[in-house]
Write a protein of this length. Structure first.
Length: 258
């Protein structure tokens, strides 16, 4: 799919190992792989890189960048989450958090707000805008975590990426795909057509959703690069080609905020 003749894949610096693999896969399809914005000007362009750079150059390049809504995790049925999750603001969390909880930004990482387990509100960092959106969830422990690259509700590629919180890439187990099918059957309508879905096996054996992210800034670990590229090309391509069902998931389109 996705013939690259006349198209560019922009891989801005610094290039990660995933960017290198995707660049090789794209070159085999006929894409011009470029490392600077000037090399993509005036061309039908796809993107793999960080969100801050994407925000800086996206309009100039005519990019349509897909990402899940901030509130998506809160819409997942409890049976698929194994924990409570709520979207709130940092200010509200500072005022109300009285017990141990996992707190993270819902989308692009904020360096001064690490995704972590906080004892209570006293551990939350100062100096950030009180209106900063955060997801607050119950604390669970994952025995293993897996990354899935999903296109049109189907897993195109995937990999284990961690065991007990430590990086440990490996091929998928069959049960991962079974659980992913349950999750996607229940939630795909609330996700972009191209998305990165993380799931995991909890200590004790149950399965649970970890989170959903944008494929154009996700490490592929041991996933097959050609399948990952299929998803990235849809998730970060020309804005004029974004399908109607994906318009609500365009970065900068408004999304759900609190």
């Amino acid at each position: 799919m996705n013939h690259g003749t006349g198209s560019a894949l922009l891989l801005p610096p610094p290039r990660t190992s995933t960017a290198e693999l995707l660049g090789q896969a794209a070159a085999w399809r006929g894409y011009e792989v470029v490392g600077h914005v000037a090399g993509a000007d005036g061309r039908r362009t796809h993107w793999y890189g960080g969100p801050l750079a994407a925000d800086r150059w996206g309009e100039r390049l005519g990019l349509g960048l897909l990402e899940p809504g901030d509130d998506w995790l809160t819409t997942v049925p409890y049976a698929l989450l194994g924990r409570s999750v709520r979207l709130t603001t940092l200010g509200a969390a500072r005022a109300a958090l009285t017990e141990r909880a996992f707190v993270k930004p819902p989308s692009a990482k904020i360096d001064s707000l690490p995704a972590a387990v906080y004892r209570d509100a006293s551990g939350l960092p100062d100096g950030l805008d009180a209106a900063t959106p955060v997801l607050v969830s119950g604390v669970v422990e994952f025995a293993a975590e897996y990354r899935l690259f999903v296109l049109d509700g189907e897993v195109r590629a995937g990999s284990r990426y961690a065991v007990y919180g430590r990086p440990d890439p490996a091929p998928l187990e069959p049960r991962v795909l079974d659980f992913a099918r349950e999750v996607l059957d229940a939630t795909a309508d609330g996700l972009p057509s191209a998305v990165c879905l993380d799931v995991g096996r909890l200590v004790g054996g149950d399965w649970a959703v970890v989170e959903a992210n944008m494929p154009w800034f996700a490490h592929c670990y041991a996933a097959e690069p050609d399948g990952v590229l299929d998803v990235v090309l849809r998730a970060a391509g020309p804005r004029a080609e974004v399908a109607g069902r994906d318009l609500p998931f365009l970065r900068g389109a408004g999304g759900v905020r609190v």
